[in-house]
Design a protein around this ligand. Sequence first.
Ligand code: PAF
Length: 293
Amino acid sequence: MDSRVVQEIAEVRSQVATWRREGKRIGFVPTMGYLHEGHLSLMRQALACCDRLVVSIFVNPTQFGPSEDLSAYPRDLAGDLAKIRSVGEALVFVPSVEAMYPQGAQTFVEVMEVTQPLCGVSRPIHFRGVTTVVCKLFLIVQPDIAIFGEKDFQQLVAIRQMVRDLRFPVEVLGGPIVREADGLAMSSRNAYLDPDQRMSARALSRALTEARLRFAAGERDAKHLLGVARAILESISGIEIDYVEVRDPVGLHTVEGAVKSEDRLFVAAYLGRARLIDNAPLGGACGLPPASV
Ligand code: PAF
């Protein structure tokens, strides 16, 4: 199959039905486009364990708050298609807003608890929009496997919860965070950073790395590790911290006192008009540079 771009839901359903009759295993990578190596790594991961790949490109309006960057969100469909083709064959689903949200739509899917902390505080309707659109996409694509990047770790947890609660027959996998050489997690929103802000943005991964180094050296106190991370972010002018928190990776409960290796440090900060997020487990391997940059 050549990579094919389709806009109509009926076309996706028909192609997927054919694949199902042929016994093919279908992998799905939902995106909002403006693709980078992080997205491409998810596609490679899907191709490695599935016979067919579906990629969606849809800037989902319901996951943006009224004062957020929906209209400015970067888009480059031609570039995205070239990148997808460089990875392999895929059915690329590029629906219109009207197709995904018919006139008068009033149905949402909301995961109640894991969406409350972290990004849920400053982006109160964000995860409702994410789970609603991912639910719709799952009903259209009916994948066996769907892959989401771990940079948006809370999103991954919310989608796992939705799949469990709604009994979707979909296996949800996380894909490791892909980073620039200096540690900055790849994100479409990095495009908003000017050169100075781009330099300052390294502080997010540095904060994670320093906390991980302290953990590796034996520090287990959550408060102390948070202090280390926070101090690095506070030392950079222009960074406005949204949150720095340690939470467990399954239910995203706050961890106080002694942390475990799998507990994750989550950071979010504003740099100009960009809101950047990053996270890492306190112990184990995770692709961060071994020492501070
Ligand atoms: O992570 C994203 O790009 C989006 O939140 C997603 C999962 C494609 C839903 O719009």
